[in-house]
Design a binder for this molecule. Structure first.
Ligand SMILES: Cc1ncc(COP(=O)(O)O)c(C=O)c1O
Length: 384
């Protein structure tokens, strides 16, 4: 093998580091309650499974750009959810246009093999490399940094762009609602980020995979007119069906935004074979066209969140941010790994805040993704 392995640029795979705590937690007589990775546990909606099955006879190569039906479904969902929320029932396209917001015809869309692969490869796909800087949030999903390192560029962790100085910034990642903190940025903050990036010719990639899970706070998309100013120059919204539709196993995501940037991504991805399988494309159409299952799933998470949150507070934890998304960002001021051990003694596995950056070292991330029965077990153990 050649010298200088690519994997040496990358951090340890975080979940491997949790193996000892998982073994300890699994020894609990009532069994493991896994609130760590945030993997969906509820069934794939029937309407989606039927669409996947109906498309199982797919001998030919699928389109990297997605079928016409999928592109239309992504545009419709993005307009009604991100660009003109609230206008869904009376016709998303016409309302968006009537309001002078970004017209759906100008929206670039592209399906991705889940959103993690796009996060990991976006800097490379955009031609970013050594000497370039990519801004990532101070405390964030680890794959942003991985993507920057795969490209050989330099990651800078900051939530304040004014502190950056003369660095050659090519890409700025924002993630609202945040994983792990659940923090939601108001439109005014996102708008400043977009203006700052446009002045420098940088792309803003907004990871919005928890956009539809607002609780106390209402998340806003980078594609909304309040943020984008009604034009899509230099902005990309990254979305995932993993959590909204329990499709983590299908690998189903997409990116929407500046048509010029999206067509560049398509041009490279076509060569790279980064294609969503045809049956998954059909399943995505069914998932995006149905809000009923998404509302039911959201209600299930809301109920689990209420009881977990109350139990954590009773056990002496402070819950910071967490106004949206799929996690509770909890602290008692202790080191995150010792808090992981504290939970493991109770048979509960949570993620140490240290996974998400040095500023997370005194928190743990508690996921809402467990069955009602497992969540009830966690609540009972936290009360003892
Ligand atoms: C912030 C964020 N972005 C992207 C992803 C990747 O999701 P997926 O690849 O399942 O679409 C996750 C998964 O947890 C995430 O938390």
């Amino acid at each position: 093998m050649a010298d200088g392995r690519l994997s040496e640029r990358l951090p340890d795979f975080p979940w491997d580091l949790l193996a000892a705590a998982k073994r300890a937690a699994a020894e609990h007589t009532g069994g493991l309650v896994d609130l760590s990775m945030g993997t969906p546990v509820d069934p794939v909606p029937q309407v989606v499974r039927e669409a996947l099955a109906a498309a199982s006879d797919s001998p030919g190569y699928p389109l990297t750009a997605g079928t016409a039906a999928l592109r239309a479904a992504i545009v419709e969902w993005t307009v009604r959810t991100c660009i003109a929320p609230g206008s869904a029932r009376s016709g998303p396209r016409s309302e968006a246009s009537a309001a002078g917001t970004a017209p759906s015809e100008g929206l670039g869309v592209l399906p991705t093999i889940g959103s993690k692969e796009l996060v990991a490869w976006l800097p490379t796909l955009l031609g970013i490399g050594p000497g370039d800087t990519v801004v990532i949030p101070t405390v964030c999903y680890p794959t942003y940094e991985v993507g920057v390192r795969l490209a050989g560029a330099t990651p800078v962790r900051t939530d304040s762009l004014t502190s950056l100085g003369p660095a050659r910034v090519k890409l700025v990642w924002v993630n609202s609602p945040s994983n792990p903190t659940g923090q939601v940025y108001p439109a005014g903050h996102l708008r400043k980020v977009v203006e700052w990036a446009r002045e420098r010719g940088a792309v803003v990639a907004s990871d919005e995979c928890y956009l539809t899970l607002g609780w106390e706070d209402e998340p806003v998309s980078v594609l909304s007119p309040e943020v984008s100013g009604g034009v899509l120059d230099g902005v990309l919204a990254v979305h995932s069906l993993s959590k909204r539709s329990n499709l983590a196993g299908y690998r189903a995501g997409f990116v929407a935004g500046d048509p010029e940037v999206v067509s560049e991504l398509l041009a490279v991805r076509k060569h790279g074979g980064m294609i969503v399988p045809a049956p998954v494309q059909a399943a995505m159409v069914a998932a995006l066209s149905d809000e009923e299952h998404a509302a039911a799933q959201r209600a299930a998470y809301a109920a689990r969140r209420d009881v977990l949150r109350a139990a954590l507070v009773k056990a002496g934890f402070e819950i910071e941010h967490s106004g949206a998304g799929l996690y509770l960002w909890a602290t008692r001021g202790d080191d995150s790994w010792s808090t992981v051990d504290w939970f493991a003694e109770r048979g509960i596995l949570v993620a140490p805040g240290a996974f998400y950056g040095p500023a997370g070292e005194r928190h743990v991330r508690v996921a809402l993704t467990a069955t009602d029965e497992r969540v009830a077990a966690a609540v009972e153990r936290l009360e003892i």
